[in-house]
Write a protein that binds this ligand. Sequence first.
Ligand code: TYD
Length: 341
Amino acid sequence: MKKNVIVTGGLGFIGSNLIKLLLKKNFKVINIDKISYSSNFYNTKDFNVKKNYKFIKCNINNSKKINNILNKYKPLCIFNLAAETHVDRSIDSPKEFIESNILGVFNLLECFKKFSKKNKKSRLIHISTDEVYGDILKNRSKENDTYKPSSPYAATKASSDHLVYSYVRTYKINAIVTNCSNNYGPRQHPEKLIPKIIYNCINNKNVPLYGDGKNSREWIYVDDHCNALLKIFKSGKNGEFYNIGSNLNQNNLNIAKLLIKIAKTKIETGKNVKIKFVKDRPGHDFRYALNSNKIKKKLGWKSSTGLKKGLEKTFEWYLNNQNYYSKLKKTDITKRLGQKY
Ligand code: TYD
């Protein structure tokens, strides 16, 4: 019972990669996932039968079930990765984002507050995003910079970060907020840029870039993010916010070119694999960039995977795991979202 941890959203991209790491470090992991379009049992197939892993279908909005799970497993930590995360979807269906990302977190906080009364050592790590800082045309965002979210998605994450902090101040719960830059790596839903480009390279389709392809993101390999979360769990300070970034900014056009180049060394790409500029995303942030000096200095963590190496590993994973796609709805991969509103 001593080393139980809960991961919410563990059938998703970052959650499943984090579980893999936690199991390697000998924690007992309880994965709580509501099973949505982006949940994929393929992501947990390697440890599904392990005895220190347990899956429970549960929505973070379900207080009765969450209370029972907390009381039964008495986790040392809850890593909250259950969230709606795709900006384009949030443009079409913002309500789902409010329900999961705001009301879900509110419910989790209420349950955790109650649980914490008798389990004072337990802590909640709320995983958030660099998108809360909004469009960063120059310099890099620090932890105390103003939140200025541009999309409904980012606004719901900003809101949940504020809620977590308010519970730390008001009810003295043990909680930490982490704000990470754009992740990529194995098991990411192909609605997102990098796995979408890889899917299209494998399937001889155009690579759609929004606008002129000059928008810039700070790309971090998912394992680096998970290592940072583990470090924060072990030595992070309650009530603090930590930025987690790689310092590796790249525009979308360069990412697409790099991936097409990698694809050509690994497969015979079809003649349709070409960059195609398409209508821009409404409200599209030009650049995100984090200053991650705090986690580097205070906790001694830094990201270690170079972009080329990380992209190669990611491409190879999708190439060797094409059954991953068969568990997803094809329209969720190919349909352009965020245009009808
Ligand atoms: P995305 O992966 O959706 O992450 P986020 O918007 O949360 O950063 O998009 C990353 C960047 O890639 C963003 O600038 C939008 C762009 N993009 C495209 O150009 N084409 C695409 O098909 C997708 C999904 C994204």
